[in-house]
Design a protein around this ligand. Structure first.
Ligand code: UD1
Length: 429
């Protein structure tokens, strides 16, 4: 298992290019199942979750080719309708094939994801919504077994209100409803930019969707969808991670290829912490080289659904707060068990108390490098930010979590002046 070795306190400076969004690429790839024509995606990130979904789609009979940032998908010859436990357990987003398979082929068998490091994360809302669209669903031997047995063989539009805001749940239902008979209304829908990106792709394929970006999405089902060419939106979490790293190291960086309007909640918090932020149409510059008192200010944060502060940025922002002047409260409202980075940050000298869903972070003037372990994707990113700012050497173990969701992270950080290297170890080592 590879490790990262970071020698901290190098000030990040320069220009870095954002990759396409992982959380947009995954639903867009799954949407290719909805048509027998070709789907071409541009600006795709090169990372493990994308490769995992490509593998799953291939196992269904989809032709998938990735050349750099281009992914070509051809689902003309799908002949298999099962997503196996082995694939779904490594990536929960595999559930995204359920809606499209059911809508186009009238059948799907998808493993239940089971627990993951950041909580139970059930998929009951996906199931409930698809049942409302007329699917018959049983859970057998750990698999969701779904069928459409309406006279027409198509799902039928319905009014669905999800119990909570769910991103992939909304995406699954949008994809299923796009090919259903009649109109679907999804209430309490997620409003993330990745939802809008999926709606844009589906509209390009001929779907009739409105209201995306609001909490009520209206979909008029169509009989079939066509091929499309589409550019994936920038990864706002990757961008945010670089910005936090720049603030933690008191740097001055510009992220190119970003979409500043997707980052409002984070940019406000970074400004509150004392960073100077400038934005253009597709770039964000953060300057933290002249912080008053030389340290960021502690800033309290509460994670919520978009457009609030993203749970996927909580660990990275916590790393900044660890070094801040003052104390901050950080409250996690989306996932029940998303503070696993805390004990690792404490190993780096951070002062953090956990009380249920809230952490109180008391900033210290300096962190000190240590060996730490990555526990999930964004927790790992938080450790990288902390390691970059810490005095001395930090070694992060189990970075396969990081590789799931970041495209060449250490290469990009090196371009910004970080002293970071990957230590390759043999399999099992
Ligand atoms: C997506 C993102 C992930 C992000 C999360 C929250 C992708 C591929 N992943 O994950 O990076 O952290 O949104 O912004 O886009 N829930 C249920 N039942 C359901 C569905 C969800 O109880 O059927 C709960 C979850 O356990 C969680 C909350 O709802 O507590 C939000 O989860 P959800 O928005 O579904 O997260 P994902 O779509 O899995």
């Amino acid at each position: 298992m590879d490790k990262l070795r970071i020698t901290g306190q190098r000030v990040l400076q320069g220009v870095v290019q954002a990759s396409g969004a992982k959380n947009a690429a995954l639903p867009l790839m799954a949407a290719a199942l909805l048509t027998a024509e070709r789907v071409h995606l541009h600006n795709a990130p090169q990372l493990m979750d994308v490769r995992t979904l490509a593998k799953l789609l291939r196992s269904l009979g989809v032709r998938v080719e990735q050349e750099g940032g281009d992914i070509h998908l051809d689902a003309a010859a799908v002949n298999h309708f099962e997503a196996s436990y082995d694939l779904v357990k490594t990536m929960r987003a595999s559930i995204l094939v359920l809606g499209p398979l059911l809508a186009r082929f009238g059948q799907a068998r998808v493993s239940l994801p089971g627990g993951c490091a950041i909580g139970a994360r059930p998929v009951d809302q996906h199931i409930k919504g698809l049942q409302a669209l007329g699917a018959q669903i049983e859970v057998e031997h750990g698999y969701i077994v779904a069928r459409v047995s309406t006279p027409s063989g198509r799902l039928r539009g319905a009014r669905i209100t999800t119990d909570m805001v769910t991103v992939t749940g909304t995406e699954n239902l949008m994809m299923a409803a796009a090919l259903a008979e009649g109109e679907t209304l999804i209430d309490n829908a997620a409003r993330e930019p990745e939802i809008i990106d999926l709606a844009n792709l589906l509209r390009g394929m001929g779907a009739q969707i409105s209201g995306d970006g609001s909490s009520q999405i209206r979909i008029q089902g169509v009989q079939s969808l066509q091929g499309v060419e589409h550019r994936i939106i920038p990864d706002r979490i990757e961008v945010g991670t670089f910005l936090c790293a720049a603030l933690a190291t008191r740097g001055d960086i510009t992220v190119q290829g970003a979409e500043p309007t997707h980052q409002d909640a984070l940019l406000d918090k970074l400004r509150e912490a004392g960073a100077h932020i400038d934005t253009g149409a597709d770039w964000i510059r953060l300057r933290a080289d002249a912080l008053p008192g030389g340290r960021p200010r502690a800033v309290s944060v509460r994670t919520t659904e978009y457009p609030g502060f993203a749970t996927d940025m909580q660990a990275q922002f916590m790393a900044v707060n660890c070094l801040a002047d003052g104390a901050a409260r950080m409250t996690e409202t989306i996932f029940e068990n998303r503070f696993m980075h805390v004990q690792e940050l404490v190993r780096l000298g951070a002062q953090i108390d956990i009380d249920g869903h809230t952490c109180v972070v008391r900033g210290v003037p300096q962190l000190s490098g240590a060996n730490v372990m990555a526990t999930d994707l964004r927790a790992s990113a938080g450790l990288v930010v902390a390691g970059l700012a810490a005095e001395g050497q930090t070694q992060i173990d189990r970075i396969y979590h990081l590789d799931r969701g970041y495209d060449a992270m250490e290469v990009k950080l090196r371009e910004l002046g970080a002293d970071i290297e990957r230590i390759k170890t043999s399999p099992g080592g």
